[in-house]
Each structure stands twice: as C-alpha cells, then as structure tokens.
Design a protein around this ligand. Sequence first.
Ligand code: AMP
Length: 301
Amino acid sequence: MNVLTKPEVIGSIEEMRSRLTDARSRNVSERVERGEAGLGRPRIVLVPTMGALHAGHLTLVRRARSLGDIVVVSIFVNPLQFGVGEDLGSYPRTLEADVAALAVEGVPFVFAPTNQVMYPDGAASTRVSAGSVGSLLEGAARPGHFDGMLTVVAKLFNIVGPDVAVFGQKDAQQVFLIERMLADLDFRTRIEVVPIVREDGGLALSSRNRALEPAQRAAARALSAGLEAAASVAGQGAEATLQAAHAWIDAQPLVKLDYLVVVDPLTFLPVGALHHGPARMLVAALVGHTRLIDNVALNLP
Ligand code: AMP
C-alpha cells in the first residue's frame, strides 16, 4: 500500500523560505548518500494556483515533479486580480480537498498564505504593469486583472525562488504576459507551459466550471468544438477559421460571446490579412454568470 505523506501547508513567507532552505540541504545530503553528488543544486519548481484543484492543475503538478527536486504548489485567491463585481467572494475555496489531492501527487509543500500575509497594508502599493497587451482581450473585460496577476506572480517568485514555474496554456494571455515580465525584469525563473486539459466532450477544465448547470455545461462545449472546427480549416486562412468557430458558438443561445480573435503569438495582437505561420485563436464567453476562456494553436498558410 502507498503511504501518503501529507504536504506541509505553510502560511508565512519566512517559514516558506526557511523550509525551502532546509529542504535544499536535505536533498543535497540525500543525493550525497546515494552517491549522486555533483548534479548541481536542487531545483525548486513552483505551480501557482488559486486552488479548487482539478485534473488540469494536477497535470501541471506532475510536470513540475518531472522538472525538479522540490515542488511547491501555491494556493492563493489573489484579490488584486479580481475587479469590482467579479467572483472573488464566490470563487470556490476547497483547501482540505486540494491538500488531499496534492498528497496523492507527492507534493511536499503547499504555500497557502492569507490576504494579510500577502498584502499587509491592504493592497500592494507597488504593482507590476502589464503594459498595453494587459488591457486587451481578458484585460479589456477585466481592467487591472493582469497587473494584479503579474504582481502576485512576482511576489510568489520572490518568496519561493523557483528555478522553474509551471503554467497552463489555457490562460494564453497570462502566459504571454508572464514570459514578457520575466524577460523585461530579468527574472532568473523560467516557465514551462502545459497544454490545455479538457473533459470528455472538449470543455477545458476550469475551477469555474463548478458553477455551470447541466444545460450551461452542454452549451459551453460549443467553445472547444468551435476551436476544433477552426483548427481543422486553418489551411484555408484566418477568415475561414473565424467563420468555422462562429458557426458553433453563435448557434448556442446560452453562450454570450465576448471575443473570438486570431492573434500573432509574438505580439498578441490580432493577425493582419498577410499573416502566415503560427497563430492562436482565443475565445471568451459568458455562460450564465460564468466567464469561460479557451484557445487553440493554428498554423495559417
Ligand atoms: P488557476 O487556479 O485557475 O489560477 O490556474 C492555475 C494554473 O493552472 C494556471 O497556470 C492555469 O493556466 C492552469 N490551468 C487551469 N486550468 C487548466 C486546464 N484545463 N489545462 C491546463 N492548465 C490549466
């Protein structure tokens, strides 16, 4: 029988840092004992999350384990990235179940700070600015969201000091902006991006899917079906991909489309008529009160 070791759930910044210092030296001694010295310093891998973990998050955790020696999963519903009237209050919080799921994955550390620990003055007065791409698409619908997201990612990187951090491709604009922040601000951490994990039927897994009623969940499948249809006609150009996706999404009255665009992965701006090569189609929609996003890679001729 597999004996599960529960992860240590840590709430304070000082404790997180000192536990990692200890874990690093323990890891070195263990490797020396096994005759594996000389492999370089132990690598810390961070998986930042807002909890309410699902199989998508656990895929990130498994990738993290394969990338380093000490895995830290952070669970923090970051108030800075929620706007007025958004779902900060109702965002699912399931810490006990999350920790149990991470025990099964063999994660040693969960960093789960309170708002008070992360923002002792109420809100960070110094914030990272996501720049102009930060106010497009998700940023247009959620003003300030990406500044808040980058600020907490920078804080988590400074607290944990990861060699690698793992993110999901589901949040494509988030990945773009984090990669740019790391380059612009000369962070040492590199990021690893995991493909979107979907349920049977195609809907991208999301903590927010819990809020969907059965009819809404069925309607929401039009998003992934539309993206899949788009990818299958990518050889005919961007316009054809948009038409193919619209055909699926516009047929679902429960799905209120916010945006459906094809962007250049290098700039995150909508592609022009002459664009060819790699591109990404992005979609966002409201299903009931639930905001859903999804995306797919395209190769345009
Ligand atoms: P969240 O808890 O929603 O902030 O997500 C934490 C991390 O998990 C982010 O890097 C997300 O992109 C990633 N993630 C969430 N859902 C999925 C999914 N269905 N497939 C892959 N990654 C995901």
